[in-house]
Ligand binder design. Structure first.
Ligand SMILES: Nc1ncnc2c1ncn2[C@@H]1O[C@H](COP(=O)(O)OP(=O)(O)O)[C@@H](O)[C@H]1O
Ligand SMILES: [Mg+2]
Length: 388
């Protein structure tokens, strides 16, 4: 269950601020499709929290409207609206005198679920976020670590299976190792749950990792760019965005892209026992100077330089003198490049699940991809861009 969230020309000016001064949020128009994660990212004070709180009406916009599933939230009853939105904040906000189980059951209790149904849901959620109902269910928040409390915060927000989740710097208060684990767990959960999520962070790396879409905001509450992480890294819309994503944006892009999205170049291969003369003619005719020796199942054994391929006789395993890193379709281009930099032959051999050769990718092709502009790649988001 998920719903589209739409901001239409939403502006928030706090009382007392001069009409001539920019507001906390200025004319924000974005559409987050159902089931997608949209990250709002930008420096402190750029209006991220204000934008989020307007969705559950903790703050009312000065002008513009917000729609959930096509319905203007201004027409919704506030309590009912809030119960249909999961809200996770950095300080978690667990009730200290209630057990973990009671905390998670907050909304189901307000919705009048009976005790059995609540208990079942609580146990399922504690398990879902990687804790143990028998161990953690009856503890109090103070008896948990920061990372565990954060997981409970997520479980509580999910309790009534809300179509929309708001998360304000949810992993900001934990150390980097726990944060990375929570991010990964959350992405795994979201792959199944497919909620519509508005996620706030000031950390561009977290935004790129967590977002299907990223809205970069700048101080004054203005939307600087809205698009996929790849679009933003490849084509920053302004100097502000380029500085904000960082000088290493090419490398960041490589971390987002997997080998499977490149066109692989075919390898010239020959099997152990094949005729050397025939293999030599094929590799001499190819611009690449190494023959890839493979076994009977097409799994790579190693490279033979074209001059080392004998003019006659059979190919043997001992002729292979060098090997390259083995990559698979899921290897990120950043990891692939890191492996190739240290390799004897700076060509990655891409293999399938059985270890058979699919093709080759060179370090040069990877770095060229990092420099390439995303508009040519047919990335999704063109329809979104028109809302800018
Ligand atoms: N209650 C308030 N009254 C007046 N100004 C506020 C209030 N809350 C936030 N602001 C101002 O609005 C701007 C945006 O704040 P906020 O949305 O909290 O930013 P962020 O979450 O991006 O750090 C800031 O300049 C902040 O000082
Ligand atoms: Mg904030």
């Amino acid at each position: 269950m998920a719903a589209t969230v739409t901001f239409e020309h939403v502006t928030k000016r706090y009382p007392g601020s001069a009409a001539s001064r920019p507001g906390a949020v200025e004319d924000l128009s974005i559409e987050v499709p159902a089931g997608k994660v949209c990250v709002l990212v930008g420096p402190s004070g750029c209006g991220k929290t204000t934008s989020l709180k307007m969705v559950n009406r903790l703050i009312e916009p000065t002008s513009g409207r917000i729609l959930i599933g096509g319905e203007d939230i201004a027409s919704r009853e506030v309590t009912d609206l809030r119960r249909s939105i999961g809200y996770v904040i950095q300080q978690v906000g667990l009730f200290p005198h209630q057990t973990i189980g009671e905390n998670i059951a907050t909304v189901p209790r307000l919705l009048g679920w009976d005790a059995d149904r609540r208990r079942e849901r609580v146990d399922a959620l504690i398990t879902l976020v990687g804790l143990d109902p028998a161990v953690h269910g009856d503890r109090f928040p103070a008896q948990l670590s920061g990372g565990e409390r954060q997981r409970v915060g997520v479980a509580r927000a999910l309790a009534a299976d809300p179509p929309v989740m708001l998360m304000d710097e949810p992993f900001g208060a934990v150390d980097p190792i726990v944060r990375e684990r929570l991010q990964n767990e959350f992405l795994r959960l979201q792959a199944d749950l497919a909620k519509t999520i508005l996620f706030v962070t000031h950390d561009i790396d977290e935004a790129i990792k967590m977002g299907d879409l990223v809205a970069v905001m700048e101080v004054g509450g203005k939307l600087a760019q809205f698009g996929t992480p790849d679009e933003i890294l490849a084509n920053p819309a302004s100097d502000f965005v380029a500085r904000f994503v960082g000088a290493d944006r090419g490398l960041k892009r490589l971390a987002l892209t997997r080998v499977e999205s490149l066109d692989l170049r075919p390898a010239v291969t020959a099997r152990v026992g094949d005729d050397s003369g025939e293999a030599r003619r094929r590799i001499v005719a190819d611009p690449f100077e190494f023959l890839l020796l493979v076994d009977a199942a097409n799994r790579p054994i190693g490279w033979i330089g074209q001059r080392q391929v004998p003019a006659s006789g059979a190919l043997t395993e001992s002729m292979a003198s060098a090997m390259s890193p083995l990559l698979d379709g899921k290897t990120t281009l950043k990891d692939a490049l890191a492996m190739l930099i240290d390799a004897e032959v700076q060509v990655g051999i891409v293999v399938d699940g059985k270890g058979a050769v699919q093709g080759l990718v060179t370090a040069d092709e990877i770095t060229a991809y990092g420099r390439r502009d995303a508009s040519a790649s047919g990335a999704p988001g063109g329809a979104m861009a028109s809302l800018r």
